[in-house]
Write a protein that binds this ligand. Structure first.
Ligand code: AMP
Length: 182
C-alpha cells in the first residue's frame, strides 16, 4: 500500500506520516529527511542538495529520483510506504509511477492535507528548522503553489485516488481523518 501525503510545507505531513507508518506497519519515506541526512553526512547527494534546501528551492528532479530509488531498495518498502514530501513536480510523479510499476506497485491514495496559510506560517515559525525563517518560508510556499499544487489536478484525474482532509486541529483527530480515507 503506497500512500502519498500531499500538501504545503507545514501542513503536518511529517508528523502524520510517522504516526501512519507505525500504525500501518509500513515504511516512512520523507525526501526532506533524506536530504537533511545526506547534507549532514556530506555525501555527494548532500553536497548537491544543500544549496536548494537552504534556499527553500526544489532539489532537481533527477537527484530526487535517485534518493527515492535508493530508499525503495530497503526491504521494508515491499510492505508499503507513506510518501512524505514526494512527489513535488509532475516529472517526479511520472518517475514515481514508473518506479512503482517496475515493482508491481501503484499509488493507493493521495491524501491532500489542507491547512490555511496563517496557520501554516505560525506552525513553521515555531518549528525552528534552519529553513524555517520568514523569508525562506515565503519562498517554500511560493514554490509549493507554483510547482507542486498543480499536481492536484493531475491526481484528481484518476478515479478515487485523491482525497482532501482538513489538517487543522488535534494531531490524533487529523490522523483519524486520514485513516478514514484509507
Ligand atoms: P521538507 O522536509 O519536505 O519540507 O523538505 C525540505 C526541503 O528539501 C525542501 O524545501 C526542498 O529543498 C527539499 N526537498 C524535499 N523533498 C523534495 C522533493 N520531492 N523535490 C525537490 N526538493 C525536495
Amino acid at each position: 500500500m503506497i500512500i502519498v501525503l500531499f500538501g504545503a510545507p507545514g501542513v503536518g505531513k511529517g508528523t502524520q506520516a510517522a504516526i501512519l507508518a507505525e500504525k500501518l506497519h509500513v515504511a516512512h519515506l520523507s525526501t526532506g529527511d533524506a536530504f537533511r541526512a545526506a547534507i549532514r553526512n556530506q555525501s555527494e547527494i548532500g553536497k548537491v542538495a544543500k544549496t536548494y534546501v537552504d534556499a527553500g528551492d526544489l532539489v532537481p528532479d533527477s537527484v530526487v529520483a535517485s534518493i527515492v530509488e535508493e530508499a525503495m531498495q530497503d526491504p521494508s518498502f515491499a510492505r508499503g510506504a507513506i510518501l512524505d514530501g514526494f512527489p513535488r513536480t509532475r516529472a517526479q510523479a511520472d518517475a514515481l509511477a514508473e518506479m512503482l510499476q517496475r515493482r508491481g506497485l501503484s499509488v493507493h491514495r493521495v491524501v491532500n492535507i489542507d491547512v490555511d496559510d496563517a496557520t501554516i506560517t505560525e506552525r513553521l515559525l515555531s518549528r525552528g528548522r534552519a529553513d524555517d525563517t520568514a523569508e525562506i518560508i515565503a519562498n517554500r510556499l511560493d514554490v509549493y503553489r507554483q510547482e507542486t499544487a498543480p499536481l492536484l489536478e493531475y491526481y484528481s484525474a484518476v478515479d478515487s485516488l485523491l482525497v482532501t482532509v482538513n489538517g487543522v486541529g488535534d494531531v490524533q483527530d487529523v490522523n483519524q481523518r486520514i485513516l478514514d480515507t484509507i
